[in-house]
Design a protein around this ligand. Structure first.
Ligand code: MN
Length: 136
């Protein structure tokens, strides 16, 4: 069980991701935009931050930079949660400093397994990626 912060402006996606994580036993913190996400990250130091990229105002990449620039949050695990699925996006986001990448829409079972791997393992920069193959 972990504390996971979701920063996501789409209420439907937020509901789905939160529900899946809560069903897996995790505590979920929710922010609909980056500034609130940064506030919660500093206040609660979640085990994992799932960061949407397209957010109103500050986007997810800028929010990640803010987290990394603050000693209180610099070492938090932060994964991109994004509908970007173009070739090269995963590499671009990992290069931007995200610890992992979860394409939307999530597939529940793989998503939970990837989150667990990310929470458990510390040092593999590629340990948390979700595959693109259908698994039924
Ligand atoms: Mn969004």
């Amino acid at each position: 069980m972990a504390c996971i912060l979701i920063v996501e402006d789409n209420p439907v996606n937020m509901k789905i991701v939160a529900r899946v994580l809560e069903y897996a036993g995790h505590e979920v913190l929710k922010a609909a935009e980056a500034v609130e996400g940064l506030r919660l990250a500093r206040a609660r130091r979640p085990d994992l931050v799932l960061m949407d990229i397209m957010l109103p105002g500050m986007d997810g990449v800028a929010a990640l930079k803010e987290l990394r620039a603050d000693a209180a949050t610099a070492r938090l695990k932060v994964a991109a949660l994004t509908a970007y699925a173009m070739k090269g996006d995963r590499e671009r986001l990992l290069e931007a400093g995200f610890d992992g990448y979860f394409p939307k829409p999530i597939r529940h079972r793989e998503f939970i397994a990837s989150v667990a791997a990310m929470l458990g393992g510390g040092d593999s920069p590629h340990g948390s990626q979700q595959g693109r193959e259908d698994d039924g």
